[in-house]
Design a protein around this ligand. Sequence first.
Ligand SMILES: Cc1cc2nc3c(=O)[nH]c(=O)nc-3n(C[C@H](O)[C@H](O)[C@H](O)COP(=O)(O)OP(=O)(O)OC[C@H]3O[C@@H](n4cnc5c(N)ncnc54)[C@H](O)[C@@H]3O)c2cc1C
Length: 493
Amino acid sequence: MQFYLDGYHPGDPELRPAAEGRPDSQGAMPEEVDVLVVGTGPAGVVLAAQLAEFPGITTRVVERREGPLALGQADGVACRTVEMFNAFGLAERLVREGYWVNETVFWRPDDQDRSRIVRSGRVQDVADGLSEYPHVIVNQARMQDYLLEHMRKSPSRLEPDYGLEVTGVEVEGSGDYPVRVTMRRTDAENPSEEVTVRAKYVVGCDGARSAVRRSMGLELRGDARNHAWGVADVLAVTDFPDVRFKAAIQSAQDGNILLIPREGGYLIRLYVDLGDLDPADREARQRFTSDMIIEAAQRILHPYTLEVKDIAWWSVYEVGQRIADRFDDVVPEERGRRTPRVFIAGDACHTHSAKAGQGMNVSMQDGFNLGWKLAAVLEGRSPESLLDTYSGERHAVAKELIDFDIRWSKTVSSRPKDPNRPDDEGLEPAELERQFVEAGRFTAGFATDYTPSMITGEDTRLPAGRTVPFPGRIRRLSGPALHARRSRRRCHF
Ligand SMILES: Cc1cc2nc3c(=O)[nH]c(=O)nc-3n(C[C@H](O)[C@H](O)[C@H](O)COP(=O)(O)OP(=O)(O)OC[C@H]3O[C@@H](n4cnc5c(N)ncnc54)[C@H](O)[C@@H]3O)c2cc1C
């Protein structure tokens, strides 16, 4: 962590002095803003935390909820995301609070008695030398809290405007603030009151049902999987010996569990395979209960017992692999002839299963990728055409993730091979382990490899950060850094 560059000041060094002319709280929503960020999920808070570093840029963040997320959703933090948090000076905190995923264990049916599970393997989770940071598990809400606090303590004193739901986004003409955003108040005091803001740029980080994406006439294309996974964060008493290891557990007849130990030493997350859903039955997901998730987990863990004492959060998760055609408002025939004004990031432009733990990570990387570009353009350091690189770079990453997720979901949902029935279909346990290890670099967040563009060079020398030697090996990074003075390396996502 670095501080006092702009002079010594007493007290909390993370609370940086407010920029000149900036009051300690940000005040009412102005009529015009440079950037309007819609949504405070992982994509929105990373983007906003970056923009908060630039008090000369007027950024506002709107969120339809009444306050920050408190519970649930994603929890896997890839090493590359911890590196990103280092750029915000937040990595140590994350690493101190998180559960470290150092090893992953594999369990499969016992060949002698297929009703029982036995441990079949143990692998190192992150290959040596991949990152100086571990793969950690921390609740999404906590990750977001760190970034929200960072925004509040930044020279911009940026805070989200809660209780505001975006209902429409229109690009009107070519003035300084060409985007008109219509919002509705969702708080009890001003129900349904309409608010309008004009912006230079709008970023829809508003999740899978994005209103911003809809306003651009875009939809997510792809397949619904019609396969349900129950997810529950529980405190439990169990004699399962690997309860404090990340464990992929395959039973013979009752499906699979992915067990993730959580931060704090006691809580565990169970992703439990609940099987295929009837595509014609739209209510099927709503009929699952937390008891059904726990009972399925108890069957899969046999002969071990699981006595659940408390369920902190649960949900039934059924996500198809879907992607938007592009991540900004410029249609292909206009590309290069006009500046993108509206962008989408995170689940608003790509959704996939939770099985590879990528949703939060890739969403944050989208936000990071766009943040420094918007700042560079708005501060006049880069041409507007820089903004065209966002959609191209991140669309390719999302497409790769979706292709990977389709393969990986199939693998982890496969039945284990029964040696007594060699002709039956099934996956050899060793094959699951092999694929897990092979995918390690990708799931840790180090397989991003942007194609040559105005900011990424050919692979022939050290271009805009694409390959950087890292203790004894090559690291694939790209582009300039936002916080070069804070970060040990130059990178962009
Ligand atoms: C219920 C649920 C459970 C999940 N469980 C898991 C899990 O178990 N494991 C896992 O790896 N991933 C899980 N995910 C996925 C993971 O959380 C997402 O991939 C990640 O949160 C995507 O981040 P995001 O910022 O793109 O969107 P989100 O996190 O969805 O955030 C979008 C934000 O925008 C706000 N918003 C939406 N519309 C508007 C609007 N019109 N105006 C203003 N604000 C708006 C929302 O309130 C929300 O705060 C889950 C997601 C959901 C929704």
